[in-house]
Design a protein around this ligand. Sequence first.
Ligand code: NAD
Ligand code: UDP
Ligand code: UDP
Length: 343
Amino acid sequence: VSEYRAEAETESVSVGGKVPLSLPRKPLRIVVTGGAGFVGSHLVDRLIARGDSVIVVDNFFTGRKDNLVHHFGNPRFELIRHDVVEPILLEVDQIYHLACPASPVHYKFNPVKTIKTNVVGTLNMLGLAKRVGARFLLTSTSEVYGDPLEHPQAESYWGNVNPIGVRSCYDEGKRTAETLSMDYHRGLGIEVRIARIFNTYGPRMCIDDGRVVSNFVAQALRKEPLTVYGDGKQTRSFQYVSDLVEGLIRLMEGDHVGPFNLGNPGEFTMLELAQVVQETIDPNAKIEFRPNTEDDPHKRRPDISRAKKLLGWEPTVSLRKGLPMMVSDFRQRIFGDEKDMDS
Ligand code: NAD
Ligand code: UDP
Ligand code: UDP
């Protein structure tokens, strides 16, 4: 684990290199649901750069056109405003199904809508996969492990989830989405892939989405205190978005259904994270303690042995290397306009 936290060794842990930029085959037609969001838009960038055609389906609940504006006008790119809770007819070869709010603040905003998105939305995308014979990838979450009693979490762990709690719309929703995917696979022969994603950060995250990395970075830049919830000793493992996108593409292109944990095993307490943010942005940033939210998992760290072995994948960007790339994006989005006005 320590090698994922340390700076010096990050270069040496890379295996297999990147998926090649252009593939010696006919371009694929790929739909990315939730493609206007944080992870989705980075995935779209890679698929377009590789030479494939991409249709983004997004209702813009948490996504933004800004994340995709650089593809407007490209004939291989199409953006459809659509809610995945409603059926849709498309002709595609692959479906990356990401549509779902990911931040606790957003998914608790309208919990019934969140569970509909996870259940009915996933059902519709599986129905689409069945009708056109497409391969379907679900972005599930480490939250399926709940407040885990096993540490680190391997894919074989069934989790410790409160079925009636405030996070259930999301974690039970994703568990049902996994069940649906496996039943379409086993019962109807649909080619499915399941990724269990651990906390991911990077450029284009919503600035005010309430997640810990975006909160701390925005707070430090705005000279506000960093809000640590609870005693700050709870842990998370933070993955840079390019590592995740690499893992998702390898999973889609590979032969294994999964589920696969995709995350960075470098584990940090929230107080340690606050310290890294202080070192990166402002050593004088203050820390302020706030009450923690309900059902907050105490610790979380992925066991990524399966992804290493079967996908040849592991993260290459440590927190100390990834954070500055996110900081420059946040700085630009928070202060960009003000600076322009000054000059
Ligand atoms: P995000 O909120 O930035 O992106 C989600 C996208 O889905 C947004 O563009 C949103 O507008 C769209 N969307 C939401 N509901 C929709 C609906 N009903 N119909 C159509 N579009 C809809 O979140 P993200 O961080 O990019 O997460 C992407 C996926 O990865 C999600 O499925 C999330 O559960 C999963 N995931 C993310 C993380 C993480 O740390 N970022 C961790 C675990 C799992
Ligand atoms: N569906 C969709 N697009 C398609 C095919 C299906 O949105 O191209 C939806 C369909 O409306 C249904 C869901 O996917 O609500 C599941 O479809 P499936 O054919 O598996 O189930 P059925 O319609 O037989 O209940
Ligand atoms: N958290 C925090 N300060 C914040 C936001 C979150 O200390 O401003 C804590 C939160 O209580 C949780 C951890 O950071 O223990 C990760 O929270 P986040 O919402 O980013 O993701 P998730 O809980 O889904 O892993």
